[in-house]
Ligand binder design. Structure first.
Ligand SMILES: CC1=C(CCC(=O)O)c2cc3nc(cc4[nH]c(cc5[nH]c(cc1n2)c(C)c5CCC(=O)O)c(CCC(=O)O)c4C)C(CCC(=O)O)=C3C
Ligand SMILES: [Fe+2]
Length: 375
């Protein structure tokens, strides 16, 4: 029998994700949920709807979360961590508010949240916290007393997140024809966001242009590029690039786009490119459409050999990393000394988002932060 691990003061882990449609009839209501009050052009919505219809109206994200849930439960059981794991989404069933109601029903009083977004930014962190606050408010409206909620720190630089991606890049390189392999460029890719959102991602004072969002991705890219060089003896040129831009054309978003980058690399004589989607936790629609469909098609037009490397998904090393993060946070909350695990130059992220971290354009209550009315 393994030793019993101590998750107190927490009595549940909540996997909090984006959600996605599971059939053609879900697509439009899902997009309405995502974009409620966000001013995304109708043209863009029609286009994104087509991305989903191309795959039968099904996003793989929910099945990927089910697999992650299984991996977490299996890892916790194997290691004697007695902590139930719940799952709720921001934009599709199972909806966060319903899951929070389940937590109350089961008598859970202090919940730790694992968001399926590894980096800072309004879209990747505060927006999740706002939706948590909305769910808390909804339960209070019903006369229920919701549990206290904390959110795990950003895990972009945790070895259990980075190492499976490093291995994925090595596999993609190995999959290229040998004569192209050593000259291959690495394109680390993530979701584009408005430059104004990047610059204030947080906390903004601590970072330069591009804020924590860009700095964190650059740090991970550097760690992976270094590890690849160590393992192969080859120094592959690399760059951080972006994908899945939306919003109005006159508003600046992070660039270059992956497709423009492929064109530019091709013109510069790169023999091949490995696209490494470090910004994403699983192979959801952004990976399946924007990389595997659109960017692959662009590369085909150019005659540029490309490979797309793996996301962590339900890798057991990621599940183990979550266990490590849970135990670290629980110990910290109990006032024990902890040595947070992190690769790269930035070091471990804060446990509690400071006031004004990744600010929204229009301030709204957000849970699990120093500026939270529920902290
Ligand atoms: C940083 C970031 C992540 C990574 C962190 C994280 O994972 O959270 C992410 C993930 C995801 N984004 C997703 C889907 C969408 N994102 C949209 C819109 C937007 N995303 C943004 C940013 C991000 N998004 C932004 C700044 C917008 C524009 C306006 C707004 O702020 O809303 C739209 C509306 C249409 C469009 O404009 O494309 C959709 C449908 C799905 C589900 C995929 C599936 O179904 O498999 C996932 C995992
Ligand atoms: Fe998105």
């Amino acid at each position: 029998m393994p030793d019993v691990l101590d998750a107190s003061p927490y009595d549940a882990l909540l996997l909090l994700s984006f959600g996605g449609p599971e059939g053609p009839d879900d697509v439009v209501p899902f997009l309405e949920n995502v974009t409620r009050g966000r001013g995304i052009p109708t043209e863009r919505l029609k286009e994104v709807g087509q991305h989903y219809f191309l795959f039968g109206g099904v996003s793989p994200i929910n099945d990927q979360n089910r697999a992650l849930l299984d991996a977490l439960r299996e890892d916790f059981a194997e290691h004697g961590l007695d902590l139930p794991v719940y799952w709720g989404n921001r934009n599709w069933a199972p909806y966060l508010t319903d899951t929070l109601r389940d937590l109350v029903r089961d008598g859970r009083r202090r919940v730790l949240v694992l968001a399926t977004s590894a980096y800072a930014s309004y879209s990747g962190c505060r927006q999740y916290r706002e939706n948590l606050a909305d769910a808390v408010a909804a339960l209070r409206e019903e006369g229920l007393e919701p549990p206290a909620i904390d959110k795990l720190r950003h895990y972009f630089n945790h070895p259990g997140f980075v190492e499976p991606m490093t291995e994925g890049v090595l596999r993609s390189l190995a999959d290229l024809p040998e004569e192209l392999r050593d000259g291959a460029h690495l394109a680390f890719t993530t979701h584009s966001i408005p430059t104004a959102a990047a610059d204030t991602s947080g906390p903004p004072e601590a970072h330069g242009d591009g804020g924590a969002y860009v700095r964190q991705h650059l740090d991970v890219a550097q760690v992976i590029a270094d590890a690849v060089r160590e393992r192969t003896g080859v120094d592959h040129p690399w760059q951080l690039v972006y994908q899945s831009r939306s919003g109005a054309p006159h508003i600046p978003w992070l660039e270059p786009d992956i497709c423009d980058h492929l064109e530019e690399r091709h013109a510069a004589g790169a023999p091949a490119v490995v696209m490494a989607p470090i910004g994403f936790v699983s192979d959801h629609m952004e990976v399946l459409y924007d990389l595997d469909t659109e960017a692959e098609a662009k590369a085909g037009e150019l005659g540029l050999p490309v490979r797309r490397s793996a996301t962590v998904g339900a890798d057991p090393r990621f599940a183990a990393a979550v266990r490590d993060l849970v135990l670290e946070r629980a110990a910290a909350e109990r006032g024990r000394p902890v040595t947070p695990c992190a690769l790269g130059a930035l070091g471990p992220s804060h446990h509690l988002c400071p006031v004004n971290c990744c600010p929204a354009r229009a301030p709204r209550p957000a849970a699990a932060g120093a500026d939270s009315p529920y902290a």
